[in-house]
Design a protein around this ligand. Sequence first.
Ligand code: G3P
Length: 229
Amino acid sequence: MSNIELPVIVLNFKTYIEATGSRALKLARIAENVSLKTGVTIIVCPQFTDIPSITSSLNIPVFAQHIDPIKPGSHTGHILPEAVKAIGVKGTLLNHSERRLLLSDIDFAIRRAMEVDLLTLVCANNVSVASAIALLAPWAIAIEPPELIGTGRAVSKVKPEVVSGAVKAIKNINSSVHVLCGAGIASAEDVEAALKLGAEGVLLASAFVKSKDPEKTLLSMAEAVANVS
Ligand code: G3P
């Protein structure tokens, strides 16, 4: 199983036009530079079509945004875990609020990911769902209240009890599952608050992808991680 050092900053490129095609590669290069400068682990999650250009030219961990809970065979239009593994990714997001799965599908997708040696970062919209997912033993869970996604109102500031509650609940069930938080994370202070609540990293998108100066934004966040850890 691949080793990812924590705490970590995970950047979800979603399907933002600012993070599509050559712009995805440019943002991933910025993430690589910031990671090298600060020593903080930064993972990027580009669209599938942009993965090969990044994994072939940069040395930064790349996660897919999703895999389907399937085995090789007749599944037109699905994303096969083996296919994702073959283009150099280290892991995958699962059950993002914008790409939700049934609990049974999350379970099978985690098993399939383990079979092909992919880490799983599974999103949960609340503490109860996070607890259910912890029983499935993914690599990590990201607690993300959907109502804060894309708002710039950080979960670590606006709903700190959700982050600390998720940390407590998940670690009680399985202490080896890592806990991240996301939704609205927009500044170094938001990142610092997340780590102080017990999160082992953050998952964010718009504050980086849509920033006028993505390097400056990310550098300040990574410096916050380096100072806390
Ligand atoms: O996957 C990260 C995400 O859903 C949070 O989005 O834009 O609030 O950082 P954002």
